[in-house]
Design a protein around this ligand. Structure first.
Ligand SMILES: *Cc1c(COP(=O)(O)O)cnc(C)c1O
Length: 454
């Protein structure tokens, strides 16, 4: 009798041990994913949309593996979350150890030290040398809400300014701060009171307006329409995320910050998407030496576990009464353990430098395409947060249909890319910082091919 070796297990193990390759064994989505998508439609709210209905069973390095056995190149990191990679070994180890100890006490009932250590770490690595305090929450939106609450309490004022193209979340206050109607606001009113919108610096679409001039225009509008004495806070993403990876012209942020300081307005940087090495600095504010009063963080903070934070000036953060800030799960011990391992990985593996290298590859390749393809209207961003804005080559008008076609073609070829932008015409690249150069270049070649054929 001949012994036949059993076939290798078909259950892949996640983390960096996963084969780093693009491998398609079915059409995308494959039959098992399609079956799950039918169950999803029957069981999950239609309001919860899905970009690419491939159902994932493992992830790590620069790939995601789906239930049909396809291995896809991940250029989205679950929207800038898995900066250290999926199932990064140190994160897995830290969470597993915590899991065996205790899973929850509620920090505001019976505390534990990892929450404090996360706070100390964030106080140290965020911009500015002043005395700081931190509070932990679960999601980006929840942290944004709390930053606004804290700023209102501290100033005794109510008005908040947010910007054109801004994205701050989906809760009632944060969708009110968000600029875009579809899909984020449509049908969900009434919106929160005392939220005002101001013009952004958007070099491609404001005629390349100088950053200081653009800020003065914004300040003038705020003074005329709201009055500094009524304004609690100004909240801004130093590079806008969902709005289209818009990098404001140099001087825009600094001029707004100086005006806030002079007028007792709390300057809140929403670094939920830009934070933690993503832009080739620990925080996007660092590129222009912006020291915000409050900084909001989430996505990249804990290797995929739900955690968010507000860090800021001690006197502002200490303004609310005890019990005014918090929540049942905020700073959950598993999430804190993950954050400590994640934050240490950013520093010890110098992922800031890795983000810059990724940025050099991205911008080099994308600018090379732009040089001969006039449909690429702009290549922008910093570090491993880079986008192309696709336009009609004759008119320069946004081309959302082309953008959808390119993204869909890339998906079909096993590359996960995300779109964004007020006009739906931006393809954004947010690879995990654990991706290899080879995989990144292959992913870009697939996108370039998709664009050439679109
Ligand atoms: C994603 C995002 C949010 C909201 O974070 P959630 O965790 O989805 O609530 C807020 N601000 C910015 C800039 C974001 O990119």
């Amino acid at each position: 009798m001949t012994l036949v070796a059993s076939p290798p297990t078909t259950v892949p193990v996640g983390g960096p041990s996963l084969p780093q390759e693009r491998r398609l064994v079915t059409s995308i989505p494959g039959p098992k994913s399609q079956a799950l998508q039918a169950r999803k439609t029957a069981a999950v709210s239609a309001g919860v949309g899905v970009t690419l209905p491939v159902y994932i069973v493992a992830g790590g390095g620069g790939v995601l593996v789906d239930i049909d056995g396809n291995s896809l190149i991940d250029l989205g990191s679950g929207i800038a979350v898995t900066g250290v990679g999926n199932s990064a070994p140190r994160v897995v180890e830290a969470v597993a150890a915590q899991l065996a100890q205790f899973t929850h006490t509620c920090f505001t009932v019976a505390p534990y030290d990892s929450y404090i250590e996360v706070a100390e770490t964030l106080n140290r690595i965020t911009p500015g040398e002043h005395a700081k305090r931190t509070a932990l929450f679960n999601s980006g939106a929840e942290a944004v809400e709390n930053a606004v609450k804290i700023a209102r309490h501290y100033t005794g004022r109510q008005a908040v300014v947010a910007f054109d193209h801004a994205y701050h979340g989906r809760t009632t206050l944060t969708m009110s701060l968000t600029a875009k109607n579809q899909p984020y606001k449509n049908g969900f009113g009434p919106f929160a009171a005392e939220v005002y919108r101001a013009p952004m610096s958007y070099p491609l679409r404001d005629g390349g307006l100088d950053g200081v001039v653009a800020a003065k225009r914004t300040i003038s509008q705020i003074e005329k329409q709201i009055g500094a004495e009524n304004l609690a806070a100004l909240i801004i993403e130093p590079i806008q995320g969902e709005g289209g990876f818009i990098v404001p012209a140099a001087g825009f942020l600094a001029t707004l910050l100086a005006w806030c300081r002079a007028n007792g307005v709390v300057f809140i940087a929403d670094e939920v998407q830009t934070g933690f090495a993503r832009t080739g600095a620990m925080f996007a504010c660092d590129h222009e030496d912006i020291v915000p009063d409050l900084i909001v963080m989430a996505k990249g903070i804990a290797g995929g576990l739900p955690l968010s934070a507000v860090t800021g000036r001690a006197e502002i953060m200490d303004a609310p009464q005890a019990g005014g800030i918090g929540g049942t799960y905020g700073g959950n011990p598993l999430a804190c353990a993950a954050a400590l391992a994640t934050l240490d990985t950013y520093e010890s593996e110098n992922l800031v430098q890795r983000a810059r290298e990724i940025g050099t590859i991205l911008t080099g390749r994308l600018n090379a395409i732009r040089a001969f393809d006039k449909r690429v209207g702009d290549v922008r961003g910093r570090g491993a947060m880079i986008a192309i804005e696709l336009v009609d080559s004759a008119t320069g008008e946004p081309d959302a249909a082309l953008t959808s076609r390119v993204a869909a073609a890339a998906h079909a070829q096993g590359v996960i890319v995300l779109t964004c932008g007020t006009y739906g015409n931006v393809i954004r690249f947010l690879p995990p910082l654990s991706i290899s150069d080879d995989l990144l270049v292959e992913g870009l070649q697939v996108v370039a091919h998709a664009l050439a054929n679109a």
